[in-house]
Design a protein around this ligand. Sequence first.
Ligand code: DGY
Length: 325
Amino acid sequence: MNVFVSRLIPEAGISKMEEAGIKVTVWKEDRPLTSEELIHHVQQHDALLCMNREKIDKAFLNACPHLKVIALYSVGYDSMDVAEATRLGIPMSNTPDVLSDATADIAFTLLLAVSRKAFFHHRRILNDEWDFFRPTANLGIELKNKTLGIFGLGRIGLEMAKRCRGAYNMQVIYHNRNRNQEAEKEIDARYVSFDELLEQSDVLSLHTALTPETKDRFTLNEFRKMRSKAIFINTARGAIHREEDLLKAILDGIIWGAGLDVTNPEPMSPDSPLLRLPSVCVTPHIGSATEEARTGMALVAAENIIAGLRGERLPNVIDPSVYDK
Ligand code: DGY
């Protein structure tokens, strides 16, 4: 039994698979594989452990229908053709839970940084612009008792909401496809319509998956319905907002600012005007980038590879209907 791992992952995951008797080959070059290289390597292996950034599409899957399991090293699976994998009988897994705290921490960090224009002030020092005290210049806004709106209240959204309630007594409203009644009880969250979410949130934080329904969900039309002092936070997927509309919304004072860990497109160009705005803070898709979360992801992905190669049900199978056949 052998597995191909498409990028270097924490050692804990590799050892776990090796201890289970699996031969592990890791792609060690410091660049992503091309589609052709990925197919070439995977054709010689029984299983694949890969990133959501790899292109697991119809062409790939039909070139590698022998795979016993594909374990993703991510919670999101928006660039995977899960339906085609299911059609071919290949189970796929993701890594939920282990990165919820780390990702919520980044959403919370961005919120604080935006509310006090932290990255902008850092740049002022770099530009030798820290001169004298001006009582009315470059002021931030406070978060106490404000309303947090969550678009997509799942595990990560819940962690973000807990942080905002605990630190600032923020009221939580949310909009989901399905109500999350457990979270409603746990943090006293109130379900609202999408338009109410836009109109009532002082902070609007996205924690939803990227799907055809959520793609481009935040355009100028939506920003226009938001509060003029609203802060928009996206740590989910960049394609959920339209970036040129976000820029216009902030420049025109339609909303106050934004914190982004994901951009549209990625990577963000260093020339993006968003990077120059005082009330915008951007990080380069580092939501899960803690030692704890990345090790947890490696262990979860390894558990799924081991189960798949033993012919057992994947603990984190994405589409359970793959077992209906
Ligand atoms: C995830 O796990 O989905 C993160 O965004 C990393 O891709």
